[in-house]
Write a protein that binds this ligand. Structure first.
Ligand SMILES: Nc1ncnc2c1ncn2[C@@H]1O[C@H](COP(=O)(O)OP(=O)(O)OP(=O)(O)O)[C@@H](O)[C@H]1O
Length: 345
């Protein structure tokens, strides 16, 4: 008769197993809830957040094979209990707008506006009524990214009509000021402008209004969030540790003002060489998903570094609209679907 296997030995086996798509083991993710050994029969009980549910079969099969290979094991059963990421109640504070979602980042240049523009278009392609407000008054990049140049028109009752592009209703300070003229505004003026954008733009009925925030976590962002009466926040980060440290500050800021985080996105996740197809993880990879999971916050997806994404932003033809069949567009479509679920729309 072969010797019995100990629970400690099985724990070591589980600690050697890296969860697919992450850099963490089951033990690091605190997923192991119980190990039962009854003669040669082993039962492993895991508990994980539902962000990993898409790889249930792969994990079960790999773990069963791994454990069955250990001396003394005759049969194995891997049970995974799925924990739902926190659900959120929404307040519907702006009349006609079902959900108001700010998109923030801990620091500039992580691709927040690029991700917001593509995500908004992907949401509109799902049949939702979508608005996009660019509140980055100091560096409004949304008009260029969407190829918008016209000045918005007024309505007879004194409101401003948003421009419509790729199925999204858009308003930006960049549409109201002259290009190449720096804006030197103080916080109070900035907030007044945002209030006006929310009130005086004829948004009509919207399922979701995205507000692209200025980068960072200073007073400006804090006041904007408080004044805009926001339902939820999406946070964009690159996988670099320093960038995610800043993103954590943004998570803390939203916590302070009690705005639930409805999605975290890793941008510039990896680079796939168009010539040879080899994947290079320029800024690292997967760290944002792991961190989101540890914080029990919903992770929406990973956007690779992609030439067509950059070109789309510069030419006013965002990837999702210009290349509907590209694999990168699929990433945005999947994120839009996940976010729609998070927002209960
Ligand atoms: N996944 C990506 N692949 C390739 N280029 C990208 C990607 N994401 C963003 N970029 C490019 O990086 C640059 C910065 O992006 P973007 O302006 O969206 O960043 P941002 O975080 O909004 O910056 P800021 O907040 O400082 O305005 C742009 O040139 C954009 O085209």
């Amino acid at each position: 008769m072969s010797p019995k296997i100990s629970r400690a030995a099985l724990f070591d086996v589980l600690n050697s197993y890296q969860v697919p798509g992450t850099s963490a083991t089951l033990v690091a993710l605190k997923a192991v809830k119980g190990i039962d050994v009854n003669e040669g029969r082993v039962t492993v009980m895991l508990q994980m957040v539902d962000a990993y549910q898409d790889r249930e079969q792969v994990m079960k099969q790999a773990l069963e094979e791994l454990i069955l290979n250990q001396a003394g094991v005759e049969a194995v059963d891997v049970e995974i209990a799925w924990e739902k990421t926190a659900s959120v109640e929404f307040k519907n504070l702006i009349p006609g707008i079902k959900r108001c979602v700010v998109v923030g980042s801990g620091k500039g240049g992580v691709g927040k506006s690029t991700v917001t523009a593509n995500l908004a278009i992907a949401m509109a392609q799902r049949g939702l009524k979508v608005g996009l407000l660019d509140s980055d008054i100091y560096g409004p990049s949304i008009p260029m990214m969407l190829g918008l140049k016209d000045s918005p028109l007024g309505t007879p009752d004194g409101q401003i009509m948003p421009l419509e592009k790729f199925g999204v209703r858009v308003m930006s300070m960049g549409l109201l000021i002259e290009e190449d003229r720096p804006v030197i505004w103080r916080g109070a003026m900035l907030n007044k402008a945002l209030q006006q954008f929310l009130k005086d733009v004829a948004w009509g009925d919207l399922d979701v209004l995205f507000i692209d925030l200025p980068p960072g976590t200073g007073d400006t962002q804090l006041t904007l969030i408080q004044n805009a009466q926001v339902d939820g926040a999406v946070i964009v980060s690159t996988p670099q540790d320093v960038a995610f440290l800043d993103a954590k500050k943004a998570i803390g800021m939203f916590g302070t003002v009690k705005v639930p985080v409805v999605g975290i996105i890793e941008n510039m996740s990896s680079f796939i060489c168009p010539g040879c197809g080899q994947e290079t993880q320029i800024f690292g990879h997967g760290g944002v998903r792991d961190a989101a999971t540890r914080m029990k916050l919903p992770f929406l997806g990973e956007v690779p570094i992609d030439l067509a994404i950059r070109e789309g932003g510069d030419s006013g033809q965002p990837l999702v609209a210009a290349h509907p069949d590209s694999p990168q567009t699929k990433v945005f479509q999947d994120m839009a679907k996940a976010l729609q679920g998070q927002l209960g729309l």
